[in-house]
Design a protein around this ligand. Structure first.
Ligand code: R1P
Length: 276
């Protein structure tokens, strides 16, 4: 097998041939949130299976295609569908698209996800600005020999979620009169949802929301020197808070309701993200 660095270069070269857009902003769209990509103008859509070395999406609500084009005057590349560890991919594969984005010229990334609310003040349908994360996947996409072409051996994670971007997001939310929560995202492997006891533990550890993605992508992005903004859509309150079972259908339904607010907020952020 070819080294991942070369695989990413080949994937980026293929995308560069398929599209004339030269994106500088990357978007990872979470469960049910892929609809944002429909706002992209002059879009070139490339199904993942056509891109050399790219994994394919297997989860409902993740279309499995890259969308390149213009959004709010910026050239973007959006992942309409991401990869998760629980799908059986290694974290190097989960984060492969981030490497490809970097090779395409992306230096800013907006990651989004659907997450369960741990913080008892949160409600379903809230949007949460990710302040920081806790990696409870017991793995790291940087395990193994370091690729110096991609980044340093020991990346700093103290400001993984860019403070200036967070400030921008707060300002945009205020201008739009949208309530924006803020908190710590905890990344677990899934695919089971958490137990009530696990949720109590995560709350004690300082988590506000929980999900099965985002953390590896953000680690890879920071390794590559990409600045990151993260937004969680609180799709439900996590196990044990309300007396009801959790389901992916509910996650998708909430994403559907949040859609207009989510789209407006992210577009507002994209409009100004190059100026901060
Ligand atoms: C569970 O309903 C799924 O929704 C979230 C979880 O991580 C899990 O994959 O998806 P995203 O994180 O991709 O939004």
């Amino acid at each position: 097998m070819k080294p991942m660095v070369q695989q990413a270069q080949e994937a980026a070269a293929y995308i560069g041939k398929r599209s004339g857009h030269r994106p500088v902003i990357g978007l990872v769209l979470g469960s049910g949130l892929g609809v944002l990509a429909e706002e992209i103008r002059h879009a070139d859509v490339i199904p993942y299976e056509e891109i050399p070395h790219f994994p394919v999406s297997t989860v409902q609500g993740h279309a499995g295609q890259l969308v390149l084009g213009e959004l709010e005057g910026q050239t973007v590349v959006a992942m309409q569908g991401r990869f998760h560890y629980y799908e059986g991919y290694g974290l190097d594969q989960v984060t492969f698209p981030i490497r490809v984005m970097k090779d395409l010229g992306v230096d800013r990334l907006i990651v989004t996800n659907a997450a369960g609310g741990i913080n008892l003040d949160f409600g379903a349908g809230d949007l949460m600005l990710i302040q920081d994360h806790i990696n409870l996947m017991f793995n790291n996409p940087l395990f193994g020999p370091n690729a110096p072409e991609w980044g340093v051996r020991f990346p700093d994670m103290s400001d993984a979620y860019d403070p200036s971007y967070r400030q921008l997001a707060r300002r945009v939310a205020e201008d739009q009169n949208v309530s924006l929560r803020e908190g710590v995202y905890v990344g677990l492997t899934g695919p089971t949802y958490e137990t009530p006891a696990e949720i109590r533990m995560l709350r004690k550890l300082g988590g506000d929301a929980v999900g099965m993605s985002t953390v590896p992508e953000v680690i890879a992005a920071r390794h590559a020197g990409i600045r990151v903004l993260g937004i969680s859509c609180i799709s439900n309150l996590a196990a044990g808070i309300l007396d009801q079972p959790l389901s992916h259908d509910e996650v998708m339904e909430t994403a559907e309701q949040v859609k207009p607010r989510f789209i407006r907020l992210v577009k507002g952020i994209i409009k100004d993200i190059r100026s901060v």
